[in-house]
Design a protein around this ligand. Structure first.
Ligand SMILES: Cc1cc2nc3c(=O)[nH]c(=O)nc-3n(C[C@H](O)[C@H](O)[C@H](O)COP(=O)(O)OP(=O)(O)OC[C@H]3O[C@@H](n4cnc5c(N)ncnc54)[C@H](O)[C@@H]3O)c2cc1C
Length: 544
């Protein structure tokens, strides 16, 4: 790729990626227990009861017998070397699923039926290309695997593989972990897709730079996954969504290589980068990314505000999004979420409680600029009825910004189902969407706890992020499916998008079909047919 680069020394991170808790979230050392009083409260309020069967042990879980013919496995081994093909039970189980609530329920029950026959770890673009050619020729389904944090069923092609292919492999991109180049004049960097969030930030920090992309899954998700699923980080108001950061890409497909993005903007036809962004591994494997970078902020400042109602808070966020100045982080919890205190990182019962609705506003940037922007934004928030709560709630949000997912594991263990879902709409349609999703979840689940926050804002609209907690029924997977179906239908009917940042995967495919219509679906099928004629790439995701 012909890019002007001011640093061409290839660099790798100092830390190796640690494996995630195999049937839950994150670092096993950070697992938390549900405090006794919270467990009692959940029992009293929601009827939550601890399940009788404990979660399965990794050592006891057996993946299905591998289907991949040994001669094909040998061909694949010849490309990456035997050390980079893993067929052991543990590697297969760890690549069986993503991290949605039903994924975790299945894993906790010891169900590794989604496991691939083998895990391939390519070390270069050319190796990926060669593997894809073999898989297409031998009709082997391939699931590109980044951090494995998909929450939409994006990584489980076992059923499709059984029906239509001779085997299933996971293409783990962890070894593609290099900072290839930095162009400080254009403020772009070329990075490989297997880098996890903290690894990418470590490499860029050496040059005084940042991506500014901090989703809640930051610690485990990878750059390739961010691009393939159109991720959005908690600081998107300041830095933009991940797809805003992508200026170029190299993509390996069964038909060859795509090099995309030779200028910041172009009138040379439709932007093919947009075809790959959000393609969830169904069109090709992203093997390199050219990304916009920013100077690492000198100052970070987070604070809390209280509004009397979600409606008033929403109006204040809209004003900032449309007229500025825009904080770097801007989120508003509804009354329930504020009350429960999930808005604050202390978890249930935290100090964010106290009535009304909590806004967290964060400012990152140059030392002299941040206080000025903060002061002007504070003037807008105060003028629209906000009460300043000082740095406390903002700082504690920042401190605990990655801890909420650990709570999901202990809630599941206690017999509660916890799920999150997200959507977006134009400002004028937001209240209807908010009501519709809440109503659907209540209709499907009886009396769940439903909390919501506005997580990302734009001049024309915003996203809504719901968290729902309910007592597990006798068949929690069927219960989840009914609730998911109801929420998806409500989102479509209320005019929202089926996903603002989690993607489509399998769980949103039907609703996505309704969103784009039959002609839209035909376009996607046509692209798939051209790039992947044998249909081996992540079969079953995205395309209706
Ligand atoms: C606790 C938790 C919190 C989360 N918070 C957020 C959040 O704040 N914001 C947000 O946007 N998302 C969030 N997510 C969702 C998830 O982290 C994102 O979708 C993320 O982009 C996935 O990255 P990954 O590397 O884990 O990809 P994976 O889960 O491994 O893969 C996701 C999809 O992309 C494909 N893929 C992966 N790498 C490549 C590649 N190099 N080329 C082609 N296709 C590829 C896969 O086949 C799959 O379809 C969260 C998930 C969890 C579990």
């Amino acid at each position: 790729m012909d890019v002007m680069c001011h640093s061409v020394e290839v660099e790798t991170p100092t830390t190796d990626p640690q494996p995630m808790l195999w049937s839950g979230w994150g670092d096993p050392a950070k697992a938390v227990d549900l405090p006794g009083p919270v467990r009692d409260l959940l029992g009293k309020l929601l009827g939550v009861r601890a399940p009788e069967t404990p979660a399965a042990d990794l050592a006891e879980v057996r993946p299905p017998a591998p289907a991949l013919p040994p001669p094909v496995l040998d061909e694949l081994r010849a490309v990456v070397g035997p050390a980079h093909v893993r067929c052991d039970d543990e590697a297969r189980v760890r690549h069986a699923r993503g991290r949605s609530t039903p994924d975790l329920m299945r894993l906790r029950a010891g169900d590794a039926s989604g496991a691939p026959d083998a895990v391939l770890l390519p070390g270069s673009h050319d190796e990926v290309l060669a593997l894809l050619r073999i898989c297409a020729e031998r009709r082997v389904a391939v699931v590109p695997f980044g951090g494995g944090t998909s929450v939409v069923g994006g990584l489980t092609a076992r059923e499709e593989a059984r029906a239509r292919f001779t085997g299933l492999v996971a293409l783990d991109l962890t070894r593609l972990n290099r900072l290839v180049a930095v162009d400080t004049e254009s403020m772009t960097a070329e990075l490989e897709p297997g880098l996890r969030g903290p690894q990418a930030e470590e490499l860029l920090a050496r040059h005084g730079l940042t991506l500014g992309h901090f989703p809640q899954s930051f610690e485990y998700a990878t750059l390739g996954g961010f691009a393939a699923a159109r991720s959005s980080g908690q600081a998107s108001a300041g830095y933009g969504r991940f797809d805003d950061l992508v200026v170029g890409m190299t993509v390996a497909t069964p038909r060859g290589t795509l090099e995309l993005g030779r200028a910041p903007k172009s009138a040379a036809g439709p932007d093919l980068r947009q075809v790959i962004l959000g393609s969830e591994g169904a069109f090709g494997v992203i093997t390199s990314l050219r990304l916009r970078v920013r100077p690492a902020p000198q100052t970070r400042l987070y604070e809390g505000w209280r509004f009397a109602s979600f409606t008033e808070g929403t109006a204040a966020l809209r004003r900032l999004a449309q007229d500025g100045p825009l904080p770097t982080v801007l989120r508003l919890s509804d009354e329930t979420e504020t009350m429960v205190g999930l808005a604050g990182p202390e978890g249930i019962g935290g100090s964010a409680s106290g009535g009304g609705c909590l806004v967290v506003a964060g400012y990152e940037g140059a030392a002299e600029e941040v206080p000025l922007r903060r002061e002007r934004a504070a003037g807008v928030l105060a003028g629209l009825g906000g009460t300043p709560l000082g740095a406390g709630p903002g700082e504690s949000w920042a401190h605990g910004r990655y801890s909420a997912p650990y709570l999901r594991d202990c809630l599941l263990a206690a017999g509660a189902t916890v799920e999150t879902l997200e959507t977006a709409a134009f400002w004028s349609g937001l209240p209807r969407l908010y009501d519709a999703v809440r109503l659907a979840l209540h209709g499907a689940l009886g009396s769940p706890l439903v909390m919501c926050h506005i997580s990302h804002v734009y001049a024309t609209g915003a996203s809504l992020y719901f968290t729902v907690v309910t007592a597990q029924s006798g068949d929690p997977l069927a219960q989840w499916e009914a609730a998911k179906h109801a929420a998806n239908e409500a989102i479509v009917a209320a005019g929202g998008t089926i996903s603002h940042h989690h993607g489509v995967g399998r769980d949103h495919r039907a609703a996505y079909a309704a969103e784009i219509g039959e002609l839209g679906a035909e376009i996607l099928r046509g692209i798939k047919e051209r790039l992947d004629p044998q249909g081996v790439l992540n079969p079953g995701v995205l395309i209706p």
